[in-house]
Design a binder for this molecule. Sequence first.
Ligand SMILES: Nc1ncnc2c1ncn2[C@@H]1O[C@H](COP(=O)(O)OP(=O)(O)OP(=O)(O)O)[C@@H](O)[C@H]1O
Ligand SMILES: [Mg+2]
Length: 396
Amino acid sequence: MRLDTDTRTLTREKVRLFVTGDCEGLSELRQALERHGEIELVGASESAAESVAALRGGHLSVVLHGTRDSRLPQNELATIREHTAAPVILLASGESSALLEEALAADVADVLLLPQMTENVVFAIRKAGQGGRRPPGGHASRGRIVTVFSPKGGTGKTVIATNTAASIAKNEGKRALLVDLDLQFGDAAIMLGIEPEKTIYDLVVAPGELDNEKVAGYVTRHACGLDILPAPLRPEDAELVTEAKLAQLLEVARDSYDVIVVDTSPFFHGPMLATLDRTDELLLICSLDVPTLKNVRLALQTLDLLSFPSERIRLVLNRANSKVGMKPGEVEGALERKVRFEIPSDRAVPISVNRGTPAVLSDARAEFSRAVREMAKAVVPAEADAAKGGRRWFGR
Ligand SMILES: Nc1ncnc2c1ncn2[C@@H]1O[C@H](COP(=O)(O)OP(=O)(O)OP(=O)(O)O)[C@@H](O)[C@H]1O
Ligand SMILES: [Mg+2]
């Protein structure tokens, strides 16, 4: 019964697989997996160190690692572990009891000796992907991470992130957290009219373990019910918010919030990569101007190089109704991708920014507010999904 449910879930979505290492029979197996309908082979490389970007940003469900050694490939496994939480299946060509014993003791999901029927390997991959790394604390339901990004400054990231987060808290009634990842010059707090006493910097440098209780002690609550972790007050403090700290923070926050909205700066820095690796919906903001389009196109190429799943990108056209000699259709043509949400230009926005209240709260009837409300509703997980855990790569 349980297996039926699992199989049905998995047939809907391909398992995102990465193959590293080498052993006899691995290249034939890789080719067979590449053709298999349930597998999406994100990439392959002979050593884990060659594929750090894909391991980190590839939203992998499982990593297969082939080894010719008769002992556990500790270094390779450590490199894989450093960059992804996906379960690892070890493949070897010769029987070695030392290898099997060491693998059992280590954090390896399964060991398979080649040659194997492809279906057996796919079964092991599915099993590892489902039962792999559980979220810390073992909770079934985990928050959805919505990242608002644009490779160009001033396109409306913060306006859209703050209004979307406020709408998720107020109109959708969800437990929502806004994280300001514009670490040097973030202004999400100011747009929400909040004077924070504590910021993300204070949270990450505080002694002791970073857990739910600690996060709760460092967020600032807005009147609409939204919690916010503002950017550091001084630009020089940004560098202490490291990639590892951010990864830890997001993992912990996912257990306490239904949705975590992340406002960003126009860079792919370490903490941003940790965020992308956990992002369920990437709201990629563009506008009707040529330099922004050029940069959004480059950002799409970078996301592709990072193996970020394309189906998680939602193109958002801000100020979509501006009369500037370019139409939304031209944006779609230039980026070879559909615009998912159009947000109109509206004077309610600068007015609300200057007052420090999100337009969705202070001017709910404004056109901008309606559009953001619709978008917020669409990115929030449906109740049924939330109950299931809502995540499509649960094995991570
Ligand atoms: N839809 C809109 N209608 C009217 N004004 C808007 C709209 N979107 C953004 N703006 C204006 O553009 C300004 C810049 O927006 P915002 O600060 O959100 O951009 P950003 O991408 O976060 O910039 P940065 O890269 O500097 O962080 C805001 O002060 C706001 O007044
Ligand atoms: Mg901003």
